[in-house]
Design a protein around this ligand. Structure first.
Ligand code: 3HC
Length: 312
């Protein structure tokens, strides 16, 4: 369908690499796609605190506890930057949270998998934050200003998250045979779910074409997944751990690894709410929302009193 003159002018701005700011004219579809993506990105940060927070009280040393606390606190801040970026598009944090809790908006599939051992916290930092960085670094150049700027700050903190995860994996891989086995088990369980974080294959991605045209998405799902595999294979080798994929092999003419795809039927089951932890995550978020109601009401009452006093 033909573009209107406004849509044509907008696309020309995108093609020239211009940043779109909140007060600029934008097609309704551009706004909707950004609310969807930024909102779900923010939800991922908030729900992502649950599997990680699960080990704060059981970290093996005080130092690991402090590091994990700092990381989980960072994730809450990432959620805040992203909800604030979404608010510039005319949707409030409460509305987005309401849609999450009603099952109308998604968060990253990866957070529906359990963190069963301490090594999982290492695998989450190394692989999940590693995949998140792979996806977020290009988003620093996304066409929507508030989103791109949020990404710059988030990427800085994310690299600390990945390093602390890899440090845990290093300690365990060089520890006792039991510790190394625990690290290998964590890699076995987090490898394919981490590949799923990049989204379905390009052939099955419903939003990629339009998101690439609007420079909301800078690289395709498969491109980033390939980069992630090529970066992670030598890191696993350095740890002396096996990536659980018999199909993994260096392909000289491709200049990258061939690797087995995740089980996409499992991916769509998790998206439908049938993953190992979906119900538990929703219950935890709903409980947090209800338990926090008195704080929100108190703050609103206080703000209204203050406003009334000023008006008088
Ligand atoms: N988990 C949940 N849903 C997913 C998904 C995943 N891993 N991958 C894709 N989907 C959903 C999409 O949201 C879309 O559904 P929707 O229309 O209801 O939103 C559908 O599957 C089709 O996928 P597409 O590839 O067509 O969708 P996108 O173009 O939106 O691409 C994406 C998916 C690559 C995840 C993109 O949305 C994106 O880059 N989002 C921003 C990054 C993000 O959300 N990262 C989460 C990582 S976790 C994190 O950041 C926390 C870290 O600090 C630990």
């Amino acid at each position: 369908d033909e573009m209107t003159p406004e849509e044509r002018a907008f696309q020309d701005r995108i093609d020239r690499g211009e940043r779109i700011e909140p007060k600029d004219w934008m097609p309704e579809g551009y706004r909707k796609t950004l609310i969807r993506q930024i909102g779900q990105h923010a939800h991922s940060e908030v729900v992502g605190q649950l599997p990680e927070g699960n080990w704060i009280t059981r970290a093996p040393t005080l130092e690991r506890k402090q590091i994990l606390l700092a990381k989980v606190q960072d994730e809450a801040g990432h959620g805040l930057y992203l909800y604030s970026a979404a608010e510039t598009l005319g949707v409030s944090r409460d509305e987005l949270t309401g849609m999450l809790l009603a099952g109308k908006m998604k968060y990253s599939s990866i957070f529906n998998y359990p963190t069963l051992t301490w090594a999982d916290i290492g695998a989450v930092g190394w692989l999940v934050d590693g995949a998140a960085i792979m996806n977020q670094v290009p988003l620093q150049r996304t066409s929507y200003g508030p989103y791109a700027r949020a990404m710059v700050r988030i990427c800085k903190e994310e690299s600390f998250h990945q390093r602390q995860g890899y440090s845990i994996m290093m300690t365990m891989a060089r520890g006792t045979p039991d510790q190394k086995a625990m690290a290998q088990d964590a890699l076995n369980r987090f490898w394919y779910p981490s590949l799923m974080m990049f989204g379905p294959s390009d052939a099955d991605s419903v939003h990629s074409a339009q998101s690439m045209a609007w420079k909301i998405k800078i690289n395709t799902n498969d491109e980033l997944r390939q980069k992630f595999v090529d970066q992670t294979v030598p890191q696993a080798r350095f740890l002396g751990l096996e990536i659980p994929d018999p199909g993994l092999a260096w392909n000289e003419e491709k200049g990258g690894h061939d690797f087995s795809q995740p089980d996409w039927s499992e991916f769509y089951e998790v998206l439908k709410g049938n993953g190992p932890c979906n119900a538990e995550r929703m219950e935890a978020r709903i409980e947090a929302w209800e338990d926090g109601a008195w704080v929100r009401e108190g703050l609103m009452a206080h703000a209204e009193k203050r406003a009334a006093a000023h008006a008088a």
